[in-house]
Design a protein around this ligand. Structure first.
Ligand code: SF4
Length: 317
């Protein structure tokens, strides 16, 4: 074998490795080592050819087809059709970045308007309560002799509005008035209300120092839980009041109040014990006093929650 044949075989072996890199596994035939190519005929049978899954070759390879007729093919044509080893080196990261940069510059030159487009403005989400032009009097007037939900026609004696200190750092929000509240027109004045007073005093505050309200202002018949459409109709009023009062902490009493303020469905037993956020206001969900009357063992957990409220308010002074 002359040196030209040896070089040819070396070149072919190198290019076959390249074809392997491209995924053309069907070319995985053993090549003779240089020097044996002429003497040895490859032993092949149809069973030795393993079917392989082919992937489409890259477009640039398709464009490099050589003459299919060996008679018409010039010596070395096939090898010349393949990219040289130097040319098929993958671009180095630096070069790639440069290429990308050039592409961007070219795009900018061809269409300056495209690249000078302003970024779309981001929607600002206020992390704090928005400034309110409301007052408690305006809100009360807006409520008027409210008929916005079915509760107005289900035996209510009067609307029970939010009461207490409208400059308070601490606000309590419950579910809806009961029979005593409906009778007196004041929130939390029944047995559950008396327990709430004790809870407030347990952290060193007086009832008149805090603000107390409900999600719904009319008593649901039989003290049933308000329906979603009823809470949805009334909730805006308490939210407007929160924006006016701007308390540092809101204690939500029971699941209905917690779910309506925080707009989540997590059970109250999972929500309680940790502060949550309502536009920058700390929210502590805890059990409703009426529930504590039915299950006094839960008082311990409410006490734990209220200690956290007390500590936060003391630190925030
Ligand atoms: S519960 Fe609220 S929305 Fe429904 S009638 Fe009473 S004040 Fe109006």
């Amino acid at each position: 074998m002359n040196s030209e044949q040896t070089n040819l075989i070396s070149d072919v072996r190198e290019h076959v490795r390249y074809m392997h890199e491209l995924g053309l596994e069907a070319l995985a035939a053993d090549l003779p080592v240089a020097g044996e190519a002429v003497a040895r005929q490859p032993e092949r049978s149809s069973s030795s050819i393993q079917p392989v899954e082919r992937t489409a070759p890259p477009p640039d390879l398709k464009a490099q087809r050589f003459s299919p007729d060996p008679e018409k093919r010039k010596p070395g044509e096939r090898i010349a059709a393949l990219p040289s080893l130097a040319k098929r080196q993958r671009p180095q990261p630096e070069k790639q970045e440069k290429d990308d940069e050039n592409t961007v510059l070219m795009m900018a030159a061809s269409n300056p308007a495209e690249t000078e487009k302003e970024e779309p403005a981001l929607i600002e989400v206020s992390p704090v309560l928005p400034e309110s032009t409301d007052t408690m009097e305006i809100i009360r007037a807006d409520i008027g002799d409210c008929t916005r939900c079915p509760l107005h026609a289900q035996g209510r004696k009067q609307i029970v509005h939010t009461t207490g200190n409208f400059n308070a750092d601490l606000m309590f929000i419950g579910e809806a008035p009961g029979a005593d509240e409906d009778e007196q027109g004041l929130p939390f004045v029944g047995r559950a209300g008396q327990l709430l007073t004790k809870i407030i005093e347990s952290i060193g505050l007086k009832r008149e120092e805090v603000c107390i309200g409900n999600i719904n202002r009319c008593r649901p018949p039989g003290n049933r839980k308000p329906e979603p459409e009823e809470t949805a109709a009334c909730r805006p009023f308490i939210l407007r009041e929160v924006a006016v009062i701007k308390p540092k902490v809101i204690v939500v009493l029971g699941a209905t109040a917690a779910h309506n303020l925080l707009q989540i469905k997590t059970p109250i037993s999972h929500l309680r014990g940790n502060f949550h956020d309502y536009f920058g206001v700390k929210v502590m969900p805890t059990f409703h006093p009426a529930y504590l009357l039915r299950d006094p063992h839960k008082k311990r957990e409410v006490w734990e929650d209220m200690k956290k409220v007390r500590d936060y308010l003391n630190d925030a002074k």
